[in-house]
Design a protein around this ligand. Structure first.
Ligand code: OSB
Ligand code: MG
Length: 368
């Protein structure tokens, strides 16, 4: 292929309810979509980050600049553009995995559309639907949390993840266990809110039979996570700390985690995400697909990835209605606790033009 045009479409979409984590509260999904046009097809992707660098170092305005000045020019210079060639072309630019993932994914969508191949087939998916978990934000009170969890379970979600932080951990976990029973698949996510000095406190979570505790300590503190894991029976799962397959191998080798959250954006795209899956699977370490409150444009390719054989735990890939009253693609609808894996070429979805127009805040050409 040959790159002809790259466009950013900034969107702002209201969330159905505020989403509070240990790092902040989100009330809208505020990001950009990337539209890539090649000589054979058009492709779409979604930047997974937020306007502020609170979850990770990348942010919306910075990503647009990195794409415009460093990433897109290198991809435009490729004599034969394929998705597989994008990673090596960008390897000289340090970091910026989320921005790189957005570019690689839009190129991959275009490439697969020109072959007529669904992303799930390209990645090696073995399922046509995936079980859906839901990530439940920090609430103002335990009764409010119990109502939210009850609502999600009524809808059919098969696994609950509670966001935790110091002051909101043992008590809400105990309340959810007592109300919904020992059989509920339950896990927690701290988004780096604790230190090793909290190890004894976090050990109190062991009695609740959690599937995992996600990213309790600082980003990239593999040594600390290994020391914490040695003191917990609850499996440690890493999110923020894993940026590629090599990090993942290193974390597994030092027992810094026993479960892996795979977020394609965080590792630079779907090709590296496949390698993260492969490394974990070779070690018998379960993986699951994380999320970043994506619109349908980001959710669709995550569902394809989550259909790979090593994804043995339900992911944070929830239905469109968990996030938005109106998604910018045809909505993903929960059926018997599962979401369908898109089966049409590329990522399998595209923005609905009229809806996209209503949610668009700005459009800029980065190339062509
Ligand atoms: O840490 O997994 C996380 C949302 C935004 C940023 C980071 C995280 C999350 C979630 C929600 O937990 C995942 C989702 O429902 O998309
Ligand atoms: Mg997380």
């Amino acid at each position: 292929m040959k790159l002809e045009r790259v466009e950013v479409v900034h969107v702002e979409i209201p969330l159905v309810s505020p989403f509070r984590t240990s790092f902040g509260t989100m009330t809208t999904k505020d990001t950009f979509l990337l539209r890539v046009v090649t000589d054979t097809a058009e492709g779409w992707s979604e930047f997974a980050g937020d306007p502020r660098p609170l979850y990770c170092a990348e942010f919306v305005a910075g990503a647009e600049l990195v794409l415009r000045d460093f990433l897109v020019p290198r991809v435009a210079a490729l004599p034969a553009l394929t998705a597989a060639a994008v990673g090596p072309a960008l390897a000289g630019i340090k970091g910026h995995e989320l921005a790189k993932a957005a570019l690689e994914t839009a190129v991959l969508d275009a490439e697969l559309r020109s072959y007529g191949m669904p992303l799930a087939v390209y990645l090696g998916a073995v399922r046509d639907r995936v079980p859906a978990g839901v990530s439940v934000g920090i609430k103002d009170s335990v009764p409010e949390l119990l109502d939210a969890v009850a609502g999600y379970l009524d809808e059919g979600y098969v696994r609950i993840k509670l966001k935790i932080e110091p002051g909101w951990d043992v008590e809400p976990v105990r309340a959810v266990r007592e109300r919904f029973g020992a059989g509920l698949p339950l896990q927690v996510d701290a988004n780096t809110a604790y230190t090793l000095a909290d190890a004894e406190h976090l050990r109190r979570l062991d009695e609740f039979g959690l599937l995992l505790i996600e990213e309790p300590l600082d980003e990239n503190n593999l040594h600390g996570h290994a020391r914490l894991q040695a003191r917990l029976s609850t499996p440690v799962c890493l999110d923020e700390s894993l940026h590629n397959a090599r990090d993942t191998a290193s974390a597994i080798a030092q027992d810094a985690c026993r479960v892996v959250n795979v977020k394609p954006a965080r590792v630079g795209g779907y090709l590296e995400a496949r390698r993260v899956h492969d490394v974990a699977r070779a070690h018998g370490v379960p993986v699951w697909c994380g999320g970043m409150l994506e619109t349908g444009i980001g959710r669709a390719p995550n569902l394809a990835l989550a259909a790979l054989p090593g994804f043995t735990l339900p992911g944070d890939t929830s239905a469109s209605s968990r996030y938005f009253a109106e998604d910018i693609t045809e909505p993903f609808v929960l059926d018997d606790g599962h979401l369908p894996v898109p089966s049409t070429p590329g990522i399998g979805v595209a923005p609905l033009p009229e809806v996209l127009r209503r949610f668009t805040r700005a459009r800029r050409d980065l190339y062509g």
